[in-house]
Ligand binder design. Structure first.
Ligand code: ATP
Ligand code: MG
Length: 604
């Protein structure tokens, strides 16, 4: 392709609305164009990158025996009502765009395809002989994200590869899941990314687990906790660790103490001269279940620890049936305004005890009349602890479970693991923290969707059984931008060779020099004929401008038909290292071919 004929527009300055390097660079280099909030046009250079990533994804998926298909983006609401996700997706989370057609039928724009694929499996899979089966697609997904940002990282329209597998049992599911683990690792390695697979939260869906593939970068929205020995890595939402040992309590007898102005653990510990590990703090949450019932939640956790809200949400989802509900649609720390909607009298905030009375909850049909009390494991073994007294300005010391306070039956792990904590698998290892961009997520779904939607098969004994399912997603457009986030310098993008839009760019420093033009034209044609994807910068611009642009768009190799042609050579510059060398013109093609093959093959 000739730059003179391309839509080639680069910007000298950083666009105002871009925050992270990769977003700025893709805009500046003319790869993408913002059309609306979270909506981007993929311009020709970007489209080539996306096609390359897609091709790698396809090759790795096909190698596992999965088959490509294409599912509809317009999805009937009825399917989502069958799975029970319509309300959550359109109302609670509001992530799905929905519409009503001219026949007054409700439809959604696909944010994901479990419902569609399960409906197909229900109709077409009859027997164990058809299993296992794995279908995947590459397609634009629609999600009305609350905070679209960072360009392609979190768009409202983005490209995803999503695959769904069906199995007779968990063993078969696990085998495909393991294949996907390898396929995903291959995809990312081949795309030139530094990444880490991490244990991830599977939400309330359960199953035997899920893995996220994190591209390591400062701009990542996720926090990963890992150990140096490489044996443990998890999303902080899911991570577990050993908490520090509690110091033994200085209090030996139970008494109520006046502790004015000690609403925070820090102030309290200063006042009482004790350690936060001797305090049971009681944190209030408010949750709304999908039937509209609000439940007030009191979490008792050790004073030096914090609540992991993802773990808490999972625990509360397990309790949904107690309130006649299936799932949770909101979980918050109630602010003063929210408190007013349910309190019968003013709360002793900062001084709440584990046994705060249910009479604080106002009578209301939509509000469950009792607190649900959860006790985090960190507090169970505490002796002679400090906690609130339910009276503002007073705490109690020397308290014990089973004496002054009944221990709730619901003992859970809702503690947030933190960097510096000791690892569970080996207490000599401490957790380290890194930022990550989630580019892929593989998931053992089990029978959640097949049961909800009645997707069954007949086993060898002739019995009808629900299908076991797995699902596997990789954000193709997010992955492409992540590569830039990991690989750039002050002058622009440095594409990994395997996913660069072009391998090489031939730059003519002066288009008025007939010999420069002739050699460049010839090389350009021969390189492309040899399968080296090459651009020709034949614009009537100054050489400096052309070099700057070539650096900005990040093409791996630049070939300059400048002064060296007098000696039958051209200058070849490697973008990543800026290494420059003069190569005889008739050796350029073989040399580049070798370099490119080496760069791509080494990752395979
Ligand atoms: P996130 O936590 O980042 O919102 P998710 O858990 O919603 O991601 P999945 O539903 O598992 O993501 O989707 C599979 C993959 O699709 C993700 O791993 C990610 O790479 C990509 N993805 C998800 N949402 C977006 C988005 N809004 N823009 C671009 N890519 C996305
Ligand atoms: Mg999401």
């Amino acid at each position: 392709m000739r730059l003179s004929q391309m839509l080639f527009v680069t910007l000298r300055d950083d666009p105002a609305d871009a925050e992270i390097p990769s977003h700025k660079l893709l805009l500046r280099a003319g790869y993408i164009r913002r059309i609306g909030s979270g909506i981007y046009a993929y311009l020709p250079l970007m489209w080539r990158v996306l096609q390359k990533v897609s091709q790698i994804v396809r090759e790795e998926m096909n190698a596992t025996g999965a088959q490509e298909c294409l599912l509809p983006q317009l999805q009937p609401a009825d399917l989502w009502k069958e799975s029970g996700r319509w309300d959550t997706y359109t109302k609670a989370e509001g992530i799905m765009f929905s519409l009503i057609d001219r026949r007054e039928q409700q439809l959604g724009l696909g944010p994901t395809h479990e419902e569609v694929i399960t409906a197909i499996a229900r109709d077409m899979i009859r027997s164990y002989r058809q299993l296992p089966l794995h279908l995947y697609q590459l397609q634009t997904k629609f999600r009305d994200e609350i905070r679209p940002r960072f360009g392609l990282m979190r768009g409202r329209e983005f490209i995803m590869k999503d695959g769904y597998s069906f199995h007779v049992d968990e063993v078969s599911l696990k085998a495909t899941y393991d294949d996907m683990y390898k396929a995903y690792s291959n995809m990312l390695r081949r795309s030139g990314l530094a990444f880490r697979p991490v244990e991830a939260d599977s939400g309330a869906i359960g199953g035997s687990g899920s893995t996220e593939f994190m591209v390591l970068a400062e701009a990542g929205e996720d926090e990963v906790l890992y150990t140096e020995d490489g044996k443990y890595a998890a999303n902080v939402e899911k991570a577990v660790s050993l908490s520090a040992d509690a110091e033994s309590s200085p209090f030996t007898t139970y008494e109520k103490r006046e502790t004015p102005g000690t609403e925070t653990i820090e102030k309290l510990c200063q006042f009482l001269k004790c350690s936060p590990t001797q305090v049971v703090k009681n944190v209030l949450y408010q949750t709304v279940y999908d039937n509209g019932i609000t439940v007030l939640v009191l979490v008792s956790i050790r004073g030096d620890q914090e609540v992991n809200e993802v773990k808490l949400q999972n625990e509360l989802t397990k309790l949904a049936a107690n309130y006649g509900a299936k799932t949770i649609i909101a979980l918050d720390v109630p602010n003063p305004e929210a408190q007013q909607t349910w309190t019968a009298k003013s709360l002793p905030l900062g001084y709440i005890a584990p046994d705060i009375g249910n009479e604080y909850i106002a009578a209301n049909k939509q509000i469950h009349p009792k607190f649900v009390r959860l006790v985090d494991k960190t507090t169970v073994d505490l002796k002679n602890f400090v906690t609130g007294s339910n009276e503002t300005g007073y705490h109690v010391v020397g308290a014990n479970w089973g004496e002054q306070f009944p221990l709730s039956e619901i003992v859970v792990d809702v503690r947030k693991a933190r960097p510096g904590d000791r690892a569970v698998h080996n207490p000599e290892q401490t957790l380290q923290s890194a930022r990550g961009i989630e580019v892929g997520h593989i998931f053992q779904l089990g029978t959640k969707y097949s049961q909800a939607m009645g997707a069954t098969y007949t086993n060898e004994q002739g019995e009808e059984k629900p299908l076991f399912m797995g699902c596997y997603g990789v954000g193709v457009s997010r992955l492409a931008q992540s590569a830039v986030e990991q690989s750039y310098d002050k002058d622009g993008i440095i594409w990994p060779v395997a996913i660069a839009p072009y391998h090489a760019i031939v730059t003519i420093p002066n288009i008025n020099d007939a010999q420069q033009v002739e050699i460049a034209e010839k090389l350009y044609t021969q390189l492309n004929q040899a399968g080296i994807e090459t651009l020709l910068d034949d614009r009537d611009e100054r050489a400096g401008v052309k070099f700057k642009d070539a650096d900005l768009i990040g093409i791996p190799y630049r070939i300059v038909t400048g002064r060296a042609i007098a000696n039958g050579k051209v200058e070849v510059v490697e973008r990543a290292t800026r290494k420059s060398q003069e190569i005889p013109i008739d050796e350029v093609i073989t040399t580049l071919k070798n370099w490119i093959t080496a760069a791509i093959e080494v990752k395979k």
